[in-house]
Design a protein. Structure first.
Length: 432
């Protein structure tokens, strides 16, 4: 069997295994090792498994993943999400759709220190949804805002998806983090504008609240000094070159622990729970990473990336035509798998195409993550939608998807803006 036929059979087998609910990391590893052993030999394939696994779990660069996951777990256990939502609520809750504004802003703040879209969506489904329902907000709007706000975790630093992209493509993770700041803030602003337009076009759809006294607003803002300090220290240190991304993860985790203890928000039980949660998540991420690396060696042997590059660049549709095809592919894949699996599976194949077309790899990382964000909420399978449904039992999938439609349109517009104006993502990294 020719290498091309083996590669095609490998992809077919991989998707078949995923449809059978085999974990993505296991499926990629199994296909990669089997295909590699068929083409090269069993002994080299088995040696590759041992070397790849050991190198991945002991690599200093990869230490950034568990450290930022631990920081997010400690911050979540400290009750920061409630503080952020309460502060935003006191400032904006009196406006029409104000709790929607508060949810987006609080999601952005929480995402900036958790780095996880799923964690952000799950947390605010617990924190924000009951409040919005209590004040008379429709189910579709409430869940749609939370699903959209949750996607900010994939963009705002420290983003786990951007970290994995940087590791796979050997790009500067610090620059990737900084590149995500302005697009993340743009996302927050556009979501807020979308909520404002919904309130303006449908005045009776969203309720208004009572203004809070200025004293209460100042008290609410004073409560968020801890997450703001932590975010400013970690990202400021990265931007200023004080420490590497891995060191930033360690500093962030240590800072989250110290702040939680000083504010008496963490006890022995919560610390152990955070450690266990971060360990489980990191183990899952490393399993997928190891599987992806094994699958990547198989692709290298079959020269799949080079052949895909030659095919796409030879279509004659121009660089932006090829980019549009790649974006459509990611939107389709968003119906089949989660964001991490999409990035790990496709980037080794797509990245050579992008560099051959002359696109900036840092900018492309932001574009990829933004497209993956869209996959988290668009039907028929949106990971954030499933997470919210698992938390909020009395709402249907169709209701949630109805609520996210305006935000999907907003994301598409934002994607076009960032493709047209790459400087939005590249200006801050260029200043480092």
């Amino acid at each position: 069997m020719s290498p091309d036929a083996v590669a095609v059979l490998g992809f077919v087998t991989l998707f078949a295994l995923m449809l059978l609910r085999v974990p993505v990391g296991m499926a990629m590893g199994l296909v990669g090792v089997t295909g590699y052993s068929y083409l090269v030999g069993l002994t080299p394939a088995l040696k590759m498994v041992g070397q790849t696994s050991m190198r991945t779990v002991t690599d200093y660069t990869f230490g950034v993943i568990p450290m930022f996951l631990l920081m997010g777990a400690l911050v979540s256990s400290s009750g920061v999400s409630r503080e952020l939502f309460r502060a935003a609520h006191t400032c904006f809750g009196h406006l029409r759709g104000g709790l929607g504004f508060a949810t987006i802003i609080a999601c952005g703040g929480f995402a900036a220190i958790s780095g996880s879209s799923v964690a952000t969506a799950a947390t605010f489904a617990t924190v924000a949804y009951p409040e919005m329902r209590r004040f008379g907000y429709p189910q579709s709007f409430s869940t749609g805002v939370i699903a959209a706000g949750g996607t900010l975790g994939a963009m705002l630093p420290p983003s786990t998806v951007l970290t994995v992209y940087g590791i796979i493509t050997q790009q500067d993770i610090g620059k990737l983090f900084v590149a995500g700041i302005l697009p993340g803030l743009l996302a927050m602003c556009m979501y807020v504008v979308t909520i404002g337009l919904i309130g303006y076009l449908r005045p009776g759809f969203l309720p208004e609240g009572q203004p809070k006294p200025w004293r209460e607003r100042l008290i609410g803002l004073r409560e968020v000094w801890a997450p703001l300090t932590l975010f400013a220290f970690v990202i400021g240190g990265l931007y200023g070159g004080l420490f590497t991304p891995t060191e930033a993860g360690g500093v962030g985790a240590c800072g989250a622990l110290i702040l939680g203890l000083v504010r008496r928000r963490l006890d022995r039980e919560k610390i152990l729970s955070s450690l266990l949660q971060a360990t489980r998540t990191a183990a899952a991420v490393f399993t997928v990473l190891i599987g992806a690396l094994l699958f990547g060696y198989f692709l290298t042997i079959t020269q799949t990336p080079q052949k895909v590059t030659a095919f796409l660049t030879g279509l004659g549709v121009g660089p932006y035509g090829v980019l549009a095809l790649i974006m459509v592919m990611y939107l389709v894949l968003g119906c089949l798998m989660d964001s991490m699996a999409m990035v790990i599976l496709t980037v080794p194949i797509i990245f050579p195409v992008v560099t051959a077309l002359g696109f900036d790899p840092i900018w492309f990382g932001v574009i990829i993550v933004m497209t993956v964000e869209l996959g988290l909420i668009h039907p028929p399978v949106g990971m954030n939608v499933f997470v919210i449904k698992s938390v909020v039992k009395d709402v249907s999938f169709s209701t949630i998807f109805k609520g996210v439609i305006p935000f999907i349109l907003t994301d598409i517009i934002r994607l076009v803006i960032l493709i047209a104006f790459p400087v939005i993502a590249l200006w801050l990294p260029s200043r480092m």
